[in-house]
Design a protein around this ligand. Sequence first.
Ligand SMILES: Nc1ncnc2c1ncn2[C@@H]1O[C@H](COP(=O)(O)OP(=O)(O)OP(=O)(O)O)[C@@H](O)[C@H]1O
Ligand SMILES: [Mg+2]
Length: 270
Amino acid sequence: MIDKIQGFYGFTRMPFRRDLAPSMLHRHAGHAQAAARITWCIAERALGVITGEVGAGKTVATRAALAALDAPRHTVIYLPNPAVGVTGIHHAIVTALGGVPRPHRSTLIPQAADALATEYAERGRVPVVVIDEAHLLDHEQLEAIRMLTNHDMDSTSPMACLLIGQPTLRRKIGLGMLAALDQRIAIRYNIPPMTGVETASYLGHHLGLAGRKDTLFSEDAVTLIHDTARGYPRAVNNLALSSLLAAYSEDKGIVDESSARAAIAEVITE
Ligand SMILES: Nc1ncnc2c1ncn2[C@@H]1O[C@H](COP(=O)(O)OP(=O)(O)OP(=O)(O)O)[C@@H](O)[C@H]1O
Ligand SMILES: [Mg+2]
């Protein structure tokens, strides 16, 4: 089936795939702004919070910024899921820095702090701790992160720390009890959805990667996809792919508004 679709539309690969190399990403404003702020945060060894709705492109922007780092001078510690408790975070840090985690929490926490400091001071590498899905962090974990960034009487930090998550993360940190963490945040950025113009360019970009440089989606189909997906990349991808399949099933060379409408009807009744 995929071969037939590729042949029918003249694709060199299927469009709207997720496995994009950093050089293949679309640089709309929200993406570029988020990546630039992450880069700055790492250069300053600061604490940053990047939020965005589901599918806004948070993980993709983070990956893009991390891929552009000078590898020998940074040690990236990426935690995809914080549902590992306080000790889980410290355990991951010690392990990533080549240590053997101590079994008890009372010794593991200072061990992680020491490992971060040593990585920077003795090996000349900035540890970059990235916690994705950070809206799932609990209060105790957020406090633990504050303690880790609270190095050397607060004057400098040996590491950069990025908390990436859904918008509820901002509210969570903003709650009074976490004021001390809140004050340490050097950058905070909420990734906005794409504008209509950006969505059109985004679709064109994905189709271009698949080998089609000419118009394949009609203007009103693009508008409908943008409005329904509210400009969020993952939803745009999903709707664009379903619209393409709807057009293909009717032997249409152009994905028009009625194909997009059929795709949306499918998604909504699911
Ligand atoms: N700049 C971009 N260029 C190309 N595709 C992108 C870009 N940003 C996002 N995407 C597409 O959107 C999808 C969702 O992005 P991503 O996984 O970064 O979202 P997220 O904000 O981390 O979502 P979640 O809250 O579910 O973790 C990606 O898999 C990719 O297909
Ligand atoms: Mg993500």
